[in-house]
Design a protein around this ligand. Structure first.
Ligand SMILES: [Fe+2]
Ligand SMILES: [Fe+2]
Length: 164
């Protein structure tokens, strides 16, 4: 049986993951409007990944005999995006925020001596290292190409090859 503190915190994390999906979806919409289909594809996969993250928490709560409580998804994340660089900088910052959320959950699971929760969260600890690395890599690429149309085109092509 899952404890109330962990259940509440995991329900909050479902919301964080779905808000992440919503954020990346707003970014995908911008890329379509700019004809940057490779970046749009990258964001589509990112959105799907975030929904899968939410579902991992959703399943875990149920497996432990808990109750899922879905909360309102904040639309504050939904901005008028202006450039690929701004978007990937925001993605990197957002992933750092999610890493902090996961770290807080790990801390709580140890305080609550909920070992199944600790083990479950290890996957997310590793995943966040990858998420930060992926987004910061794209920021670096975009910083390097600057305003060059050719450069943006090449980054778009590269991101369009993302497989999963
Ligand atoms: Fe996530
Ligand atoms: Fe993420």
């Amino acid at each position: 049986m899952i404890g109330k503190k962990i259940q509440d915190a995991f329900n909050k994390q479902i919301n964080e993951e779905l808000a992440s999906a919503y954020l990346y979806l707003s970014m995908e919409a911008y890329f379509h409007s700019e004809g940057l289909e490779g970046m749009a594809h990258w964001m589509r996969l990112q959105t799907q990944e975030e929904i899968a993250h939410a579902m991992k928490f959703f399943n875990f709560i149920h497996e432990r005999g808990g109750t899922v409580k879905l909360q309102t998804i904040s639309a504050d994340l939904h901005k008028n995006w202006k450039s690929p660089l701004e978007i990937f900088q925001a993605s990197y910052q957002h992933e750092q925020h999610i890493t902090a959320c996961i770290n807080d959950l790990v801390k709580l699971s140890k305080e609550e001596e909920d070992y199944p929760a600790s083990v479950f969260l290890q996957w997310f600890v590793t995943e966040q290292v990858e998420e930060e690395a992926n987004t910061s890599q794209v920021v670096q690429m975009l910083e390097r190409v600057g305003d060059s149309g050719n450069g943006i085109y090449m980054v778009d092509q590269a991101l369009g090859r993302r497989g999963a």
